[in-house]
Design a binder for this molecule. Structure first.
Ligand code: NAP
Length: 164
């Protein structure tokens, strides 16, 4: 794929991330889409390329894994692609009484919602600052503004994102 300026969207295979990808494509923005391995992202990339005549790159990464956040950054740098927008959208939710939750599940949630967002922002910020104008969108939630039962950990991660 030739050079160009890209918007990087995490969690782009479905939900809000997919909707954001469509919105950006409609504005003729080239895209780098990230999600867990699966065919949805490739199908979406193909459809967006055909419909909007933009460039779309796909990276299958598990962003709860630190090394995969790093490799995403290094693979993009190797390609010499420019980035002017980072959308940290990938996020996990949970809904259960805290005492019924599994620690491993809480850890995954914190890794994706907090660690990946923080890490990708730090990794990509120098690249973003090379552009005349660049943007970061970190997706929080209304839950950052109040407490909800059975969503203590999710609410905590989204409060972090709001203040971050
Ligand atoms: N839905 C709501 O009501 C709501 C409300 C407020 C805020 N939000 C926030 O909005 C964001 C998107 O939510 P959504 O409901 O649209 O989510 P969703 O439909 O469940 O989609 C989640 C996306 O994140 C990706 N993802 C999940 N785990 C990942 C991982 N370990 N590494 C990389 N990608 C991963 C998924 O990829 P795969 O398809 O490959 O699994 C998918 O693309 C989240 O941050 C969420 O907290 C949502």
């Amino acid at each position: 794929m030739s050079s160009g300026i890209f918007t990087l969207i995490t969690g782009a295979s479905e939900g809000l991330g997919k909707a954001l990808a469509l919105e950006c494509a409609n504005r003729k923005m080239n895209l780098i889409l990230v999600a867990l391995p699966g065919k949805e992202l490739f199908q979406l990339a193909g459809a967006l390329e055909r419909s909007f005549q933009i460039k779309v790159a796909v990276f299958e990464k598990d962003l709860t894994i630190e090394e995969e956040c790093s490799s995403l950054y290094h693979e993009i740098v190797e390609q010499k692609w420019e980035i002017n927008m980072l959308i940290n959208n990938a996020g996990l939710g949970n809904c259960c009484a805290f005492e019924d939750g599994q620690l491993a599940g809480f850890q995954q949630l914190i890794k994706l919602n907090i660690m990946a967002t923080t890490m990708l922002t730090r990794l990509f910020i120098d690249l973003l600052k090379k552009q005349k104008k660049s943007y970061i969108l970190n997706v929080s939630s209304l839950i950052a503004f109040f407490n909800l039962p059975n969503k203590q950990v999710y609410g905590g991660t989204k409060s972090y994102i709001y203040y971050f």
